[in-house]
Ligand binder design. Structure first.
Ligand SMILES: Cc1cc2nc3c(=O)[nH]c(=O)nc-3n(C[C@H](O)[C@H](O)[C@H](O)COP(=O)(O)OP(=O)(O)OC[C@H]3O[C@@H](n4cnc5c(N)ncnc54)[C@H](O)[C@@H]3O)c2cc1C
Length: 503
């Protein structure tokens, strides 16, 4: 029911009866394309089940309900057309990537056979595809900054749609259908982890509550730019991504709320920066539209040949958080135990996999596809291509230095100790480089390399520059409190920041 669901508005205006439908498609519970990891992991499934329940509850309150079926949408829709005898139109929101496009084609074919009209809509991005200031999608710049500047200068965000108080009824005689359980889908419900940075549940109700909390109750949004590189806790960033990925909240609604917040409270670099990040999300959707299946190709958008390795022992060390590089291991364990990882963490583990280990980037992308609660095909593959140096990064050979990053963003080692408990005895930033500690320091911390914790699978030469620089200095970047509002930026509007060159 989110505020960009044009499909509902169109149906409300044009139909006597509406059948809202969600299909649990068995293809979503098979293996990933190359490496056959489970396609939908436990955290995303829980989020999805909650979201479907919430949508059904919302629709019931408005005189309708959500039909739920287990089956391929093309088969389910075909059965419904047969059962009802007369259906005027099938309407849905368009997707970008090939598996979803294949389903759309099959749906269209079924409708065509049955002489049922098909009505499709575009609705997942902040800027509408048809409003982009490029003559066609092929004109989309390959560099984000160029895209952003053109769109910010010439684009316009469409206003949100109001949600209908009453939804047109369903025709009589249709079974509502049971929402499946974990067991029914052959999965096990995940255990809650109290350390999770994303302890939230699925559904529009939760999404709106999160926005209210982050914007209106805590003003955390006014410090977003300072806290967004944090790694511990719920409020260092918006955490909107899982709801956005599933369509529980609309980016246009978030945009509208930012504008309202800026008018009523404060407009600063932080409030602008949330829009800046939402534009990254748009950008990757449009890159997906422009490049089609090339976003999945080993050689990426640049068709650049890299001799990627598929050493599964190295990959297992990465995915299990046992590389011996604590900053990487902490992030990978957080992902496995909660389905979430900060943006800072994602950039680092992706750089480590592709640049330090030289492993096929698609191993990482498919592992993320399996586990991430916010998996979004364009954002995931677009970011992996970028990290692997074969996507939209204009800089050649960008590589993160794991030790420098660990010390910059987890200066005191608190994050590493949170997720790698066997290193808890090592104090301060030393926890980032256990292999450099003396035997007595290690034994004092009750760490035995290769027994309680592995030696690093690789040591990059550039790390040595940072080994002796560990300090107990100022707090790590991105860890300022959530109520922090930069005083000098108070009351300054977006235009002020657009005119600055420092972005
Ligand atoms: C290797 C890798 C894989 C990723 N996979 C995904 C994915 O599957 N799904 C996903 O939504 N994001 C993905 N991201 C982007 C980013 O890490 C997450 O969107 C972000 O961490 C989600 O947390 P948040 O909602 O608190 O983000 P915030 O920092 O609060 O940002 C606000 C919103 O902006 C968007 N956004 C922010 N950064 C990016 C980005 N780099 N690319 C695209 N959108 C962005 C998201 O919708 C996010 O919710 C990936 C990044 C990397 C480096």
């Amino acid at each position: 029911m989110n505020h960009s669901v044009c499909v509902f508005h169109w149906a409300q205006r044009n139909a006597d009866y509406i059948i809202p439908l969600y299909c649990f498609d068995p293809r979503h519970y098979q293996g990933t394309y190359h490496f056959n990891f489970p396609k939908t992991g436990p955290f995303r499934l829980r989020f999805l089940l909650d979201s479907v329940k919430d949508l059904r509850a919302t629709l019931r309150k408005r005189g309708s309900t959500l039909l739920v079926r287990q089956g391929k949408p093309e088969d389910v829709v075909s059965d419904l057309i047969q059962q009802l005898g007369s259906v005027t139109a099938v309407a849905f929101h368009e997707e970008v990537a090939s598996e979803e496009k294949t389903v759309e084609k099959k749906l269209k074919a079924i409708c065509c056979q049955n002489k049922v009209k098909v009505q499709t809509f575009w609705g997942s991005t902040l800027y509408h595809r048809d409003d982009l200031p490029f003559s066609h999608i092929g004109g989309l710049p390959d560099v984000y900054t160029q895209f952003r500047k053109v769109v910010e200068g010439q684009g316009r965000v469409r206003p949100v749609l109001s949600t209908p108080g009453q939804v047109k009824p369903l025709p009589l005689g249709l079974e509502e259908g049971t929402i499946p359980t974990f067991e029914g889908l052959g999965q096990t419900e995940p255990v809650e982890d109290c350390r999770s940075a994303f302890p939230c549940r699925g559904g529009e109700t939760e999404a709106l509550a999160r926005l209210k909390h982050y914007f209106w109750d805590t003003n955390a949004v006014a410090a977003y730019k300072e806290t967004r590189n944090g790694m511990i806790g719920v409020d260092y960033s918006t955490k909107f991504s899982p709801w956005l990925a599933l369509g529980c909240i609309s980016p246009r609604y978030i945009y509208e709320q930012i504008k309202k917040y800026e008018a009523e409270r404060t407009a600063n670099q932080s409030t602008y920066w949330v829009i800046f990040e939402l534009l990254w999300r748009d950008y990757f959707q449009f890159v997906g539209l422009k490049y089609g299946n090339r976003i999945f190709h080993m050689n990426g958008l640049q068709d650049k040949h890299v001799s990627w390795k598929t050493d599964m022992k190295l990959f297992d060390a990465w995915k299990d958080g046992r590389t011996g590089v604590p900053f990487v291991d902490a992030n990978m364990r957080e992902l496995a135990l909660t389905g979430f990882m900060s943006n800072r963490g994602r950039q680092n583990v992706a750089s480590f996999l592709t640049k330090d280990l030289g492993l096929d980037w698609r191993l990482g992308a498919e592992w993320f596809e399996y586990l991430l609660v916010d998996h979004d095909v364009c954002s995931n593959y677009g970011n992996w291509l970028y990290s692997a140096g074969i996507g939209n990064d204009p800089r050649e050979n960008r590589k993160f230095n794991m030790i420098k990053q660990g010390l910059d963003y987890d200066n005191n080692g608190e994050y590493v100790r949170q997720w790698v408990p066997e290193l808890r005895g090592i104090k301060g930033g030393d926890v980032h480089t256990p292999w450099t500690l003396s035997n007595s320091a290690l034994s004092h911390a009750q760490v035995s390399l290769n027994e309680t914790y592995p030696s690093p699978v690789i040591i990059a030469p550039e790390w040595s520059r940072h080994v002796n620089n560990k300090s107990s200095g100022p707090p790590a970047k991105g860890r300022k409190g959530s109520s922090y509002t930069p005083r000098q930026h108070k009351d300054r509007g977006i235009d002020f920041y657009f005119s600055k060159k420092s972005f």
